[in-house]
Write a protein that binds this ligand. Structure first.
Ligand SMILES: *Cc1c(COP(=O)(O)O)cnc(C)c1O
Length: 356
């Protein structure tokens, strides 16, 4: 498969301050675009980042048939771009596509598109540790039609944004007791646009009460923990790690899977099972709740310092955390080529065969 490249006339790179990168606001020079029509993907192209023109009846704008991924390219000391668990992102975007009645993206096309794009814009990978080029692949319906049915045409796009180290402050969580993110049989496992639109109102309500993010609970009893904001969640209790099992409502985080494997490799027992708020409160009361953290591509590991279950407020001190910081640093070292890649998660862009 060949990807034609139309280079930008004048790179915008020189105007970027790598010491001040607001997350997700600055895009690099190029993007990959590929259209689906007549039952097949058309030739993919890399072109300068530019606007799309959208018909007022575009299906996505009305009915939300849209999916995305989020991943990162980093660089090793020699400047070679590194990709993290690309195969998992291919699998997940196609699982999201299946759920939303959208066509799959062949893995080889997805891979070559990312490799070619990252190689072309590798100058945009920030040099500082913990920084990365955030990669946003997404697909949306492009039929011009009013009516609820799967689109017959789609656009698949990949663009990238340089992002600085995510020195996220510890976050406080308000357990949901009214609103839900996902339910059995719903679309919680798909990275689809509507899930995030639906989360805005509860997130705003939590902010108004002084909390950073919502901790999503099961949609029936509001008793079992699901995840937080756009991260999976882990609790370290009495030396063991607990995280809710994947039940179709929880997003299958690739960072989640990675930290589970890193902890198991370190000899930490990981329990993936329904996790009730009572279990967490009991551990807290017994002085056994040692760490709480969220995991996701953007922040890698985000420490939690407070959880409110209604009137019951748990305060935890991230200064005392050991496992969370170990995991964060492990993944960041993998991403900069400073940690032996024993799991085979890292791909060097210049060593992969660019299909041609
Ligand atoms: C993307 C996402 C995550 C984290 O997934 P990663 O693959 O680790 O980045 C967790 N929860 C939700 C709702 C998400 O959208």
């Amino acid at each position: 498969m060949s990807i034609s490249i139309k280079h930008i006339d004048q790179s915008r790179l020189a105007g970027v301050d790598f010491n001040n990168l607001p997350f997700g606001k600055i895009c690099s020079d190029h993007m990959f675009v590929m259209d689906y029509k007549d039952g097949a993907w058309q030739e993919g192209k890399i072109v300068p980042l530019s606007n799309f023109s959208i018909h007022p009846a575009n299906l996505t704008l009305h009915y939300g048939q849209s999916i995305f991924e989020g991943m990162k390219a980093s660089a090793d000391k020699g400047g070679t771009p590194l990709l993290f668990r690309l195969d998992q992102h291919v699998e997940r975007i196609n699982a999201s596509a299946d759920r939303m009645c959208m066509p799959n993206i062949p893995g080889d096309i997805f891979t070559s598109a990312i490799e070619t794009l990252v190689d072309l814009d590798k100058g945009w990978i920030p040099p500082t540790a913990g920084s990365a080029l955030y990669i946003r692949p997404y697909m949306f319906a492009t039929d011009e039609f009013i009516g609820v049915r799967p689109s017959e045409t789609y656009k698949f796009v990949i663009f990238t944004c340089p992002v600085g180290p995510y020195y996220a402050k510890p976050v406080s969580l308000l357990a949901a007791d009214e609103f839900v993110r996902a339910c059995d049989g719903g679309v919680g496992e798909a990275k689809t646009a509507g899930n995030y639109a639906a989360s805005l109102y509860p997130a705003r309500a939590a902010k108004e009460k002084g909390y950073d993010q919502v901790m999503w609970m099961d949609p029936v009893e509001f008793k079992y923990i699901q995840e937080v904001g756009t991260m999976n969640i882990f609790f370290i209790m009495d030396g063991k790690a607990y995280t809710p099992n994947l039940n179709g409502s929880i997003l299958k985080g690739i960072t989640r899977d990675s930290v589970i494997k890193i902890m198991q490799d370190r000899g930490i027992e990981v329990v993936e099972a329904p996790l009730s708020k009572d279990q967490v409160i009991e551990a807290y009361e017994a002085g056994m709740l040692q760490e709480v953290f969220g995991t996701g591509t953007a922040a890698v590991v985000s420490y939690v310092n407070k959880i409110a279950f209604g009137e019951k407020v748990l305060d935890i001190d991230p200064e005392a955390y050991e496992i969370g910081p170990y995991l964060k640093s492990y993944i960041e070292r993998l991403r900069s080529g400073d940690q032996e890649d024993k799991f085979g998660w890292i791909q060097k862009v210049n060593q992969l065969q660019l299909a041609g």
